[in-house]
Design a protein around this ligand. Structure first.
Ligand code: ADP
Length: 169
C-alpha cells in the first residue's frame, strides 16, 4: 500500500487545495493531509477548526485522513508511513521556495520523495491569504473556497459576505 502525505497550513482550505487532494487521493492508496501547527505564520483558524473544515470537505473520500503535526515535515511523513509528499505548484513564483524545501527534505530523508502536482488553471491564482483578505472586507468568496470555509470565514470576520461597494462620491 502506498501512502502519501499532503502537508500545509490550510488556513483555510481552498478549492485549489481540494483539487490537489482529490487528484492525490486517486493516485495513492492512502492520503494523509498534514495540518501544520507550528509554522511561523500566525493562523486565523485554530488547528481544530482547520482540521474540521478539511474533514467536512473530504468526508466522501474514504482513503483520506486528516492529522495535525508539528516539527519537521519529513519526520511526520515517516511517522505515518508515507513515502511521498505531495505539493501543489501554482506558478513559477512557487517554484524557488518549493524546490528549496524539496531538496532540503530529500537531504534530511532520502526515503521520502516530493512530487508536485500542477494546479488546475482555474485555481492557479488562489491562496488562503488572499481569500482571507477579501473575506475580511465582506466580499462573496463562494467561488474560491468550499461552503464550510465560506461560513467559517464570515463567522470569523463577523460579516455576511454581501458585497457592499459604496460609491465615494
Ligand atoms: P503552506 O503554508 O505550506 O504554503 P498552504 O496551505 O498554503 O501551506 O499550501 C499547502 C500546499 O498547497 C502547497 O503545496 C501549496 O503550493 C498548495 N496550494 C496552495 N494553494 C493552492 C492552489 N490554489 N492550488 C493548488 N495548490 C495550492
Amino acid at each position: 500500500m502506498r501512502t502519501a502525505m499532503y502537508p500545509g497550513s490550510f488556513d483555510p482550505v481552498t478549492n485549489g487545495h481540494l483539487d490537489i487532494i482529490n487528484r492525490s487521493a486517486r493516485l495513492f492508496d492512502d492520503l494523509v493531509i498534514g495540518v501544520l501547527t507550528n509554522n511561523s505564520k500566525t493562523p486565523l483558524f485554530s488547528a481544530k477548526e482547520r482540521v474540521n473544515m478539511l474533514a467536512e470537505v473530504t468526508k466522501d473520500l474514504s482513503n483520506v485522513r486528516i492529522m495535525t503535526f508539528e516539527g519537521l515535515t519529513v519526520d511526520f511523513a515517516c511517522r505515518v508511513g508515507a513515502s511521498v509528499m505531495v505539493r501543489g505548484l501554482r506558478a513559477i513564483t512557487d517554484f524557488d521556495y518549493e524546490l528549496q524545501i524539496a531538496q532540503t527534505n530529500h537531504k534530511l530523508n532520502d526515503g521520502i520523495e516530493t512530487i508536485f502536482l500542477t494546479t488546475g488553471l482555474e485555481f492557479a491564482y488562489l491562496s488562503s491569504s488572499t481569500i482571507k483578505e477579501v473575506a475580511s472586507y465582506g466580499a462573496d468568496i463562494s467561488k474560491f473556497v468550499p461552503k464550510i470555509a465560506v461560513d467559517e470565514l464570515h463567522r470569523k470576520y463577523n460579516n455576511k459576505g454581501e458585497c457592499n461597494h459604496e460609491q465615494p462620491y
